[in-house]
Design a protein around this ligand. Structure first.
Ligand code: DAK
Length: 260
C-alpha cells in the first residue's frame, strides 16, 4: 500500500491509519477520500488485520472538514459526485467486518465529524472539538452527517448542531453520546489501540456479525432486526470458533480463534 495522504502502521492485528495533510488540517479532498476507500477495501481482504483505528496526523486536527478550497468552485454535478464518494466510503466503513474506531485528538468538523460518525465509535482527547459548520458556508453536511448524527444523538440535538454550526468540546460530545470516551491527549491513541486489541482477541466471525446486525438493524423494524440477530446467532454454531470458544471456557483456558 502506497498512499500520499495516509500514514498506515500495523501494530499486531490493529491497523492505525492517520490522515496526513497537516497544512490543511487534514481536510478531505478527492485524493484523501479515494485513498481511504482503497485502504478500507484492501483491509477488508486482509487475513491479519482485525481492527482499524482512524486518526489525524499532528496535534491540531482529526479532519477539519471537506477541503473548502477544492469545493469552492464545484457545480452541482461535481458536488454530487464528491458527496457520492464520501457516502461510498462511509458505507464501506460500516460494511467492513472488523471494528473501526475513530481517535479524535483535535478538530473534527464538517466532513471530519461525518467521517468520525461513519466509524463504529469515537474516542476523543480532551482537546477534541466537534461540529457541523456547513451552514456557515451555505451548504449542509454531504457525507451522511445529518443522518448518522440523527441516529447517534437524536433529532433535536442533531438539528441544533447542524443548524447553529457551533463547535462543541469533548466533554459535551461525551455528555450527548457523540463520543464513547474522553482521555488525555497523550493517552488517546494507546486507549483506542487497547480497545482495538481487546476486540481483535475475540472471535472474528462473531465480531463481524455483531457489526452487521447492529449496523443493518438500525435501518430495520425491530421484528426484522431481531430475526436477523437470531439467524446470525444460529449461523455461528456452524463455526470452528464457536466450538473453540466454548471448549476454551470449559477447559479454563484462553480461546485461540481462527476466524473459521
Ligand atoms: N479545507 C481546506 N483548508 C482548510 C480547512 C478546510 N476545511 N480547514 C482549515 N484549512 C486550512 C486553512 O485554510 C489554513 O491554511 P493556510 O491559510 O495556512 O494555507 C490551515 O488549514 C490552518 O487553518 P487556520 O489558520 O484557519 O487554523 P486556525 O487554528 O486559526 O483555525 C479552524 C482552525 C479549524 C477553526 C479553521 O481552520 C476552520 O474553521 N476551518 C474550516 C472548518 C470548516 O468549516 N469545516 C467544514 C468544511 S465544509 C458535500 C460534501 C461534503 C460536505 C458538504 C457538502 N457535498 C458534495 C454535497 C462537507 C462540507 C464540509 O466539511
Amino acid at each position: 500500500m502506497n498512499f500520499e495522504t495516509l500514514i498506515v502502521e500495523d501494530r499486531g492485528p490493529v491497523r492505525i491509519v492517520s490522515i496526513n495533510r497537516p497544512k490543511a488540517l487534514n481536510a478531505l479532498n478527492a485524493q484523501v477520500v479515494g485513498e481511504l476507500t482503497e485502504l478500507v477495501e484492501e483491509t477488508a481482504i486482509s487475513d491479519t488485520v482485525r481492527a482499524l483505528v482512524l486518526t489525524g496526523a499532528g496535534e491540531k486536527a482529526f479532519v477539519a472538514g471537506a477541503d473548502i478550497k477544492a469545493m469552492s468552485d464545484m457545480n452541482p454535478g461535481d458536488a454530487l459526485a464528491f458527496a457520492g464518494k464520501g457516502h461510498a466510503l462511509g458505507e464501506e466503513l460500516g460494511a467492513i467486518g472488523i471494528p473501526v474506531i475513530a481517535a479524535v485528538g483535535g478538530f473534527a468538523l464538517g466532513g471530519g465529524c461525518e467521517l468520525a460518525l461513519a466509524c463504529d465509535f469515537i474516542y476523543a482527547s480532551t482537546k477534541a472539538k466537534f461540529g457541523q459548520p456547513e451552514v456557515k458556508l451555505g451548504v449542509i453536511p454531504g457525507f451522511g452527517g445529518t443522518q448518522r448524527m440523527l441516529r447517534r444523538i437524536g433529532a433535536a440535538r442533531a438539528l441544533e448542531l447542524c443548524m447553529t454550526g457551533e463547535m462543541i468540546k469533548a466533554d459535551e460530545a461525551l455528555r450527548i453520546g457523540l463520543v464513547n470516551k474522553v482521555v488525555e491527549p497523550d493517552a488517546l491513541l494507546d486507549t483506542a489501540v487497547a480497545t482495538a486489541n481487546t476486540i481483535a482477541s475475540m472471535g472474528p466471525l462473531a465480531i463481524a456479525k455483531v457489526k452487521e446486525v447492529i449496523h443493518e438493524g438500525a435501518n430495520k423494524a425491530l421484528d426484522d432486526a431481531n430475526l436477523q440477530e437470531q439467524t446470525a446467532f444460529a449461523a455461528l454454531f456452524a463455526s470452528a470458533d464457536q466450538k473453540e470458544g466454548m471448549a476454551a471456557f470449559m477447559e479454563k483456558r484462553d480461546a485461540n480463534f481462527k476466524g473459521e
